[in-house]
Design a protein around this ligand. Structure first.
Ligand code: SF4
Ligand code: SF4
Length: 115
């Protein structure tokens, strides 16, 4: 559906059930990675291993530097509030979420599903 302002108010938040690829700077903003670790030169792979072990991410792609955030069993993003269907970390959400649906495979379109 073509996106328009206010559409999210009546949507189940279907875009928050798609895999989210975050970069390291997103993870710092989300307070999942300590900036000190980056300053100290900790390898991204080591950070990814730790995040995977604690079920914060599902996957890490060393080539692209993308961390795929963990999802719930129902496919929802772990940060999507189940009753309100709103993001619980809205101010700190990853860049890819901030840019949706303006940037993506079909700009300004999204997978709206009525609540
Ligand atoms: S799918 Fe579209 S309407 Fe629904 S929450 Fe995402 S951007 Fe908003
Ligand atoms: S971080 Fe927030 S906006 Fe991004 S997918 Fe998860 S719930 Fe949705």
């Amino acid at each position: 559906m073509r996106y328009r302002k206010g559409l999210c108010d009546t949507c189940v938040g279907s875009c928050c059930s798609l895999p989210v690829e975050a970069v390291l700077s997103d993870l710092v903003r989300m307070e999942l990675v300590d900036p000190f670790e980056i300053e100290a030169g900790t390898d991204e792979r080591a950070i990814a291993k730790q995040l995977k072990r604690t079920h914060i991410i599902d996957h890490y792609n060393a080539k692209s530097g993308k961390f795929t955030l963990a999802r719930r069993a129902n496919g929802d993003c772990a940060y999507l509030e189940q009753q309100t269907r709103r993001c619980t970390i809205y101010e700190k959400r990853p860049t890819v979420c901030r840019n949706h649906p303006q940037i993506g495979p079909r700009p300004n379109h999204c997978a709206y599903i009525e609540k």
